[in-house]
Design a protein around this ligand. Structure first.
Ligand SMILES: Nc1ncnc2c1ncn2[C@@H]1O[C@H](COP(=O)(O)OP(=O)(O)O)[C@@H](O)[C@H]1O
Ligand SMILES: [Mg+2]
Length: 256
């Protein structure tokens, strides 16, 4: 069953077409990778799906809901979470607090909505307990216990990437977008990250759409791959077929 369906998506920046008529469909429960050289338009697709950019043309349907025109927080409420190419965390806050921020969209007893109603404080305390429990489970799952109370700015790079993944999980998404989850990691960290990604799909039944440069990892972990170049889709298919595709080889080898 299709969970995300992108149809004829186009967007330009100052006359430069970042995406030209891109269509793709992602099946529920799969790991789907987008590959392509720098500037191909990979991050732009993520920004369109999450409401950061508004495409000039095309449609993005997530579980039959049209996402074009939705704001980023609405995309999150619909069940889409993401990590960023460059880590986006509050560096002075602890791992725990960064993950709790991921719970924000699930919080009902906010100060503004509830502080004037009798019984608000105890209700809010109960709710906070529940959110902490959920976050503790994610910390345990990603084996981040040792980093729980440390400001994330003081953590090593690979751990910060994992905290960002944890924050996205705290949203409890149905679809998780990962923009270069292993960028800047060494081989061992990359392998670990791929295990987490597989586990997230298997244990939480979250569909994963990711942008990744390491071809070995992409081929190893993906059910489906789409190759993009200069904002144009080259091919979508099984990893082994995409890898062999002449236009993909050309784009990667830079043949003239
Ligand atoms: N906000 C923006 N303003 C201007 N140009 C942009 C913007 N976002 C993306 N682009 C351009 O769109 C193209 C695709 O960018 P991007 O999606 O980031 O590529 P990728 O993630 O595949 O490396 C690039 O030429 C980039 O410069
Ligand atoms: Mg990018």
């Amino acid at each position: 069953m299709t969970i995300l369906s992108v149809d004829d998506l186009s967007i330009s920046f100052g006359g430069l077409a970042a995406l030209s008529g891109v269509s793709m469909s992602v099946d529920e429960g799969t790991i789907f990778s987008i590959i392509g050289p720098n500037g191909a338009g990979k991050t732009t697709i993520f920004n369109c799906i999450t409401g950061i950019y508004r495409p000039s043309q095309g449609s993005i349907r997530f579980q039959s809901i049209e996402m074009v025109g939705k704001k980023p927080y609405q995309a999150a409420k619909c069940g889409i979470a993401r990590t960023f190419q460059n880590i986006e965390l509050f560096s002075h806050l602890s791992t725990m607090d960064n993950l709790l921020l991921g719970r924000h969209i699930h919080m009902k007893t906010g100060v503004f909505s509830g502080a004037f109603v009798p019984g608000w404080a105890s209700k809010a305390a109960r709710e906070e307990c529940l959110h902490r429990e959920r976050v503790e489970r994610i910390i345990e799952f990603l084996e981040l216990e040792a980093s729980r109370d440390i400001p994330v700015g003081a953590l090593p790079y690979g751990t910060r990437k994992l905290v960002e993944l944890g924050r996205a999980l705290a949203v409890e998404p149905k679809l998780l977008l990962l923009d270069e989850p292993t960028a800047g990691m060494n081989q061992e960290e990359k392998r670990d990250m791929m295990f987490w990604i597989r586990d997230i799909r298997d244990d939480f039944q979250i569909t994963i759409l990711m942008v990744e440069h390491d071809m070995n990892l992409v081929m190893d972990v993906s059910d489906e791959v789409m190759a993009l170049n200069f904002g144009i889709k080259l091919v979508q298919g099984r990893p082994s077929d995409v890898q062999k595709h002449p236009e993909v080889l050309e784009a990667y080898l830079g043949k003239d």
